[in-house]
Ligand binder design. Structure first.
Ligand code: ADP
Ligand code: MG
Length: 678
């Protein structure tokens, strides 16, 4: 029987390949509205009616995100369920929902709404819902058939975000179960054949693009400082006297903030930053028309690559870099790092200059770097990041063997096993790889596994009310601010909150004092604390509290017994421990890798350097910095993380050598993964 197998396999391959080739292609004329080119409604709807799954391909700015939802709504699909549209980025979900609600002429949150983590701006009335892909993934936990939706548009599929890739596998099944659910997958690039094949040779709808030629100018030599080079280039464009707005691509927020645009004559140029953490009122400014005679210069992360379209850009300046979350084996976890972009990114970026007329793109890298050093496309996130959250989610959806789950591009097996191992350490999976009751409870929280674990243990340790505040504070970025010219003053005020042994407790302290001051915004301003951020913390706290109440978890405070809180934090973060080595220097207990206290830490420069600390996360800049640390007892590490550490009574000789150390915490060598049943 065996000898027939290869024949079957090759026939199967032939069939598959054939059907890919014959996969249907549609291409239709577009409609022009207020000078905008939009997908042709009738031809789109005709294909849509006849097929449950359609792939839509069109240039950025062709109306995929803002128009398709409205077409479906106007054609009556929303009468039996919402039209949902997923975005890989929070900013895009919010900004696009706002735009569409304006186009429809309703208030944001009524007919058109959005949902991102910890922020639900929808109502009973909502018919078109924009959301992050993470939100839809979590909704599928509660409602595996997504019964509230008549159609789902998975937008920006070319980005291949982790959650989008997982949704691909899940939605493929949902559509086969629910014949009344429609699925649209959109992409700005031509990788659509792969999508079409994955969903069973479904039709591809092409929105014809109308683009203008873009001159591409490469740098003759590699640039050492891309921020400086970008600013110089933008100035040169400005001084050349040519008309048109400028779009600069930088890897991250820090680069955008440090880029010094003071060389521009302020009245003639409006410098507008855009990145995900920017407050939304400032984000909206990039879309506003500049006054006559004023040139817009937008400085963006790769959010402006395909997610958001600004019309009128004539010049693009491309640093050639972006920030990616990548699993770093040296530290055993994900880290955001700056990487060269791919050729696909580069081409998308230059395309932004040719939307409304002929344009120019200045690439701050050499042609040879583009040809020889850049990847053709970026590696999908699922193949480069930690999958702990995905594993937890899929396990709770009943996917037993994750290696058999239908991924478009399966993650490397090592990566999957490593993530499972992390969940095993936290007690979310048992020795056979099955979800434990703790794991099941962890899934309920829209948090990273270690944070959910911390909330769960805090109930047993009777400090859940306090840990809830700490977790909420950790879920909101940028609590403190340090205005230019008032750095010292703000640092001094900040020091007043410092709890010498813990940044986590410092956060708790800030929140408690804010609460004691009746959640006052004046108090925030006086203490260099962002009021908006604190309000967000309060909101996050209340949402997490609701989940805890729902799960019958008791909320109690341990009062001023802060040692209990430190021990509780240790119970969820013992795998991220560092040990004092020399004056003010730390090394990771498990890997021996040097890591440094962040200058903003309460422990920094206080003269108090505990022997052991745990950290919330590592940030890689010039050095490896531990961000948000707490002093812990060595014995706690051994008690709570027995798979890593043991307490060894030091022998006499050792004691002499080691000075006054009574105990020595030994990092256990792990011989193999406890992956018996994985
Ligand atoms: P796609 O998703 O195909 O990239 P969009 O639907 O986002 O395209 O955008 C279609 C067009 O709508 C853009 O070319 C732009 O002209 C306009 N547009 C989209 N969002 C905004 C906004 N917030 N403000 C002004 N115009 C916008
Ligand atoms: Mg779009």
């Amino acid at each position: 029987q065996r000898q027939y197998l290869p024949i079957f396999v090759s026939i199967f391959h032939l069939l598959c390949r054939r059907s890919i080739q014959t996969s249907l292609f549609f291409s239709f004329k577009s409609t022009i509205l207020d000078g905008r080119l939009l997908p042709d409604r009738h031809s789109f709807l005709a294909i849509y009616r006849d097929n449950n799954i359609v792939i839509v391909v069109g240039e950025t700015g062709s109306g995929k995100t803002t128009q398709l939802t409205q077409y479906l709504h106007e054609d009556g699909y929303t009468s039996y369920g919402m039209v949902g549209c997923t975005q890989p980025r929070r900013v895009a979900a919010m900004s696009v929902a706002k735009r569409v609600s304006e186009e429809i002429g309703s208030n944001l949150g009524d007919e058109v709404g959005y949902a991102i983590r910890f922020e639900d701006c929808t109502s009973e009335k909502t018919l078109i819902k924009y959301m992050t892909d993470g939100i839809l993934l979590r909704e599928s936990l509660r409602e595996s058939d997504l019964d509230h939706y008549s159609a789902v548009i998975m937008d920006e599929a070319h980005e291949r975000s982790l959650n989008t890739d997982v949704l691909f596998g899940l939605l493929r099944e949902v559509v086969s179960r629910r014949t009344d659910l429609k699925l649209i997958v959109t992409s700005a690039t031509m990788d659509s054949d792969k999508f079409a094949a994955f969903f069973g040779n479904v039709p591809i709808f092409h929105i014809p693009g109308r683009t203008f030629p873009v001159d591409i100018l490469f740098s003759k030599t590699p640039q050492e400082d891309y921020v400086e080079a970008a600013v110089k280039q933008a100035l040169q464009i400005h001084l050349s006297g040519l008309m048109g707005d400028i779009l600069i691509f930088m890897p991250g927020q820090e680069d955008i903030e440090v880029s010094d645009m003071s060389g521009f004559i302020p009245l003639l140029v409006a410098v507008l930053p855009i990145y995900s953490q920017l407050p939304s009122d400032l984000q909206a400014k990039i879309f506003q028309k500049a006054p006559d005679g004023v040139r817009k210069c937008i400085v963006a992360t790769n959010i402006a690559e395909t997610s958001l379209t600004v019309d009128g850009i004539m010049f693009v300046v491309d640093s050639g870099y972006c920030k990616l979350k990548v699993f770093n084996p040296r530290i055993g976890m994900d880290a955001l790092q700056v990487f060269p972009i791919s050729q696909a990114n580069a081409n998308q970026r230059s395309g932004r200059a040719g939307r409304t007329g002929p344009g120019q793109c200045y690439r701050l890298y050499t042609q040879s770097a583009y040809k020889n050093e850049m990847l053709t496309t970026t590696i999908p996130e699922i193949q480069r990041t930690n999958l702990a959250n995905v594993v937890l989610l899929l396990k709770s959806l009943g996917v037993q063997d994750l290696l058999l789950f239908h991924f478009m591009d399966p993650p490397p097996e090592d990566n999957m096993l490593n993530s499972m191992y992390q969940l095993w350490i936290l007690g979310a999976l048992d020795n056979t790889g099955a979800l434990t009751p703790t794991g099941r409870l962890m899934v309920e929280f829209p948090l990273d596994p270690a944070l959910s674990k911390m909330l769960i243990v805090s109930c047993d340790m009777c400090c859940s009310a306090d840990i809830l505040i700490i977790v909420s504070m950790l879920s909101v970025p940028a609590i403190f601010y340090r205005p230019k010219g008032r750095e010292e003053e703000s640092d001094q005020v900040r020091e007043k909150f410092s709890v010498p042994e813990s940044d986590h407790l410092t956060y708790l302290n800030v929140y408690m004092q804010w609460k004691n001051n009746n959640y006052s915004s004046i108090w925030c301003n006086d203490h260099f604390i962002h009021t908006k951020a604190m309000r967000k913390v309060r909101e996050v706290r209340s949402q997490l509290k609701d989940i805890m109440v729902q799960q019958k978890m008791n909320l109690v405070s341990c009062g001023s017994d802060w040692d209990i809180i430190r021990k509780c934090i240790c119970a969820a973060y013992f795998h991220q421990a560092a040990k004092l080595k020399g004056i003010g220097e730390y090394v990771n207990v498990r890997t021996g890798m040097p890591c440094h206290l962040h200058p903003t830490s309460s422990l920094f420069g206080m003269g108090y350097t505990p022997d052991y600390i745990i950290y919330h996360e590592l940030v890689m800049t010039t050095k490896e910095y531990m961000q948000c640390v707490t002093a812990v007892d060595g014995e706690w590490l051994a008690e709570l993380g027995p798979m890593f550490y043991s307490v060894k009574q030091a022998g006499k000789t050792e004691e002499r050598q080691e000075g006054s150390f009574q105990f020595q915490i030994r990092a256990k060598k792990l011989i193999s993964h406890p992956s018996a049943g994985f």
